[in-house]
Ligand binder design. Structure first.
Ligand code: NAD
Length: 390
């Protein structure tokens, strides 16, 4: 394809948080352009957002149904190629399904849907239509997360025994949803957020990171959810014990009342021979701790000699020389770039490389929704362990 991929957006207007981050990430490599959108629930804000983003007025639509219908009727040379969906959780499924059914690829925010049933329906739709769905689990895009995954896979640490993943935030330590914060208001509303606030908003990121880096699937879990803030309708804190498929044990903590914390995502994995540690707030460092050896620090962007050479997955997702910090925006952009490379390869009849296909998909979305469901079921029930069955 000798042109940029054309992107449409559902949500992400001037009244939104993550939509602007998506645009920065999508545009970073110069291979995507924004051509249309239904940017807001409020038509005035949508119109103004389109104007601010230099989108042609006739392609700023009243709602996603109109956008998908009218874009489908445009000639090949103009029509959007894919839709980015950055609305509250309950508004992911319907636009994603409609877009896929009408021949468009999809980038959608997590949690993919608000129920396992919807998630499985999206999986069936992706399989039937042959379209590509990308789920933006942001933390999996970092070069040092890719390096960690590669080292686990090549057996550097031996058989994995223990996985500890944490995602503490402090921004919901008060009743923020009643303080005029629209993002907090829908997140704390079961009708718009889903069954769990903390697990939908950040727990799925942690669960995805644990499975992504370790390469192991969660098989059983035991969960404890709490609502600490009085008046809140959903949980704001959760601790989960995990059992993985190879006998490894894990602990997942997701919390939005960890007062004073920002986005302190951290993962530690230990095998028979050693372990690793990676943290979002220091993302260019990967700490390697081997039994009976001094600690090692792997850093993004270095051309280390063998046996320390960074994996092809880490280097493929690195943009600048070592020492110049890469961060969340680049990690997000890596997800968009791999999605773009995969979509382009498919359209040209080529098989995308493993590096190009390395982004979260509809299958991760189904696992994410199953994770939330299983955590809530275990927390509400009396059994000690609940099976994680997809
Ligand atoms: P937000 O409340 O800031 O923005 C939501 C946007 O959706 C607004 O522009 C709103 O007007 C629009 N909207 C609502 N209903 C709409 C409709 N019917 N049609 C068109 N637009 C509509 O929310 P946010 O914080 O940007 O979160 C959006 C999604 O992104 C959520 O699913 C959230 O979980 C996810 N998110 C992911 C990350 C990440 O790290 N990957 C970070 C933040 C948010």
């Amino acid at each position: 394809m000798k042109r940029k991929l054309r992107m449409g957006m559902v949500g992400g207007g001037n009244d939104a948080f993550i939509g602007a981050v998506h645009r920065i990430a999508a545009f970073m490599d110069g291979k995507i352009e924004l051509v249309c959108g239904a940017f807001s629930i409020d038509p005035q804000i949508s119109k103004q957002s389109g104007e601010d983003l230099f989108v042609a007025p006739e392609r700023v639509y009243l709602n996603y149904e109109e956008m998908i219908e009218k874009e489908s009727l445009l000639p090949d040379g103009e029509r959007m190629d894919f839709v980015t969906i950055v609305t509250p959780n309950f508004l992911h499924f319907a636009p994603a399904k409609l877009a896929l059914e009408n021949g468009f690829d999809v980038v959608v925010e997590k949690p993919m849907t608000v129920s396992v049933e919807e998630a499985k329906e999206l999986q069936e739709t992706v399989e039937r239509t042959g379209r590509t769905l990308c789920l933006t689990h942001t933390y999996s895009g970092y070069p040092m997360v890719k390096q960690a995954k590669a080292m686990v896979k090549e057996g550097h640490f031996g058989k994995i025994r223990k996985i500890i993943v944490e995602y503490p935030q402090g921004w919901l330590s008060r009743l923020t949803e009643r303080e005029g914060n629209a993002g907090a208001a829908w997140r704390a509303d079961p009708k718009r957020s889903g069954k769990s606030l903390v697990m939908g908003d950040i727990g799925t990121h942690a669960a995805h990171l644990a499975e992504y880096v370790s390469g192991l699937k969660i098989e059983e879990l035991c969960a404890d959810l709490t609502t600490f803030v009085e008046g809140r309708l959903l949980d704001d804190d959760g601790s989960v014990l995990l059992r993985f498929e190879n006998g490894a044990k894990g602990v997942l903590m997701a919390s939005q009342i960890s007062a004073g914390e920002e986005n302190a995502v951290r993962i530690r994995i230990y095998g028979e021979k050693g372990g690793l540690e990676w943290a979002n707030e220091d993302p260019n460092n990967l700490i390697i701790k081997m039994l009976d050896q001094p600690r090692q620090l792997y850093r993004t962007g270095n051309a280390y000699a063998a046996p320390y050479t960074l994996s092809s997955f880490a280097t493929h997702n690195t943009r600048i020389p070592a020492g110049h910090p890469e961060g969340l925006l680049e990690s997000f952009a890596n997800i968009y770039r791999n999605f773009t490379l995969t979509v382009t390869a498919k359209r040209e009849g080529r098989t995308p490389t493993a590096e190009q296909q390395d982004f979260p998909t509809v299958y991760d979305g189904v696992r994410g929704m199953t994770f939330i469901d299983t955590v809530v079921k275990n927390n509400e029930g009396t059994e000690k362990w609940t099976k994680f069955v997809v």
